[in-house]
Design a protein around this ligand. Sequence first.
Ligand code: NAD
Length: 288
Amino acid sequence: MPERIDAKTYLISLLADPIRHSLSPTMHNEAFAKLGLPYAYLVFDVNQTNLAGAVQAIRDLGIRGSNISMPNKTAVLPLLDELTPAARLVGAVNTVVNQDGHLTGHITDGEGMVEALAREGVGIKDKTLTITGAGGAGTAIAIQVALDGAKEIKILNRQDSFFENGLATVDKINQQTACQATLTPLEQAGALKEAIAASDIFIEATSLGMGDLIDQKISDDATIFRPDLVVADVVYKPQETAFLRFARENGMTQAYNGLGMMLYQGAAAFKLFTGHDMPVDYIRDLLF
Ligand code: NAD
C-alpha cells in the first residue's frame, strides 16, 4: 500500500460513525492495488456534528468520491447538488461522486442485491417479489427492483417505527414507477403465506438472523415456502442465517445470503469512483 501512494494518488473517503470495523477500505484498496489504479480509500469518523464540513471538504480537497454510511445516509441529502432517481426515491445516499465540485448522490445497495441475483441467473423484470423489512436495506431493494421493471412488490413489516416508512415507499413506487406495491403488517394472520404464494422471489430484509437476533427467523412454517421459490437474505454475517438454513432444509436450492449484495454495492460504487469494474471474485476470496 505505501509504495502505491504518491503525488498522483486521489482520495476516496467513507464518512460514518462508528466505522472502524468496516470492510470497505480493504475491499476498495485491494481492488485499486490489483488493478494498479491511483486511488486510496480512507475512513473518517463523521456524524451529524461534522457532516456538513466533511462534505464541503470533499469539494475543497478534490476528494474524488465518498461512501456514506450510518448515521449520515439521509442527513447528507440536502448537502449534495444532485441525486440519482434511486437515491431520491429511497431518500438515502451511500455513494457520492465529485465532478469538479458538483456532488451527485447515488444509492447502490439495491443495485447490489439486483446484481447479486443476476449473477445467479435470477432476473427481476416482470417478476413478483415479497420483501420483508421496510428499513434501510428493504427500502433500497424495493425501489431498485421497481425501477428495474419488477411487476409487483409485496412489502411486509411489523407495526414498528419502520411501518410508516414502508407506507411512504409504497406510495412512491405506485406513483413514480410502473410497478405495483403494497404494504401489509407482518403480524396479519396468513399475510406472509399469501404474499409468498404469489411471488417468484422472497427477499428477507429485516434485522433477523444476526447480532442479538441471530437465532430468529422470519417464519418457521415450512408450508409457506416451496422449492422453486428464490430466497435471498440481506444478512451476510453469519453467512448462513437461521432462515437460510431453514430454507435449504426445506428444499429451496436457490437460497442466497447478503454477501453478494454487499460485494456488488461496493462494486457499483467502485465503478462510479474509477470507471473500472471491481475484480469481485478476487475481493470475495480475499475477504471471505
Ligand atoms: P434498519 O434498522 O433500517 O431496519 C430494520 C428492519 O428490520 C425494519 O424493517 C424492522 O421493522 C425489521 N425488524 C427489526 N426487528 C425485527 C423483528 N424482531 N421482527 C421482524 N422485523 C424486525 O436496518 P437495515 O439497515 O435495513 O438493515 C437490516 C439488515 O440488513 C441488517 O442485518 C443489516 O446488516 C443488513 N444489511 C445488509 C447489507 C448488505 O450489503 N448485504 C446492506 C445493508 C444492510
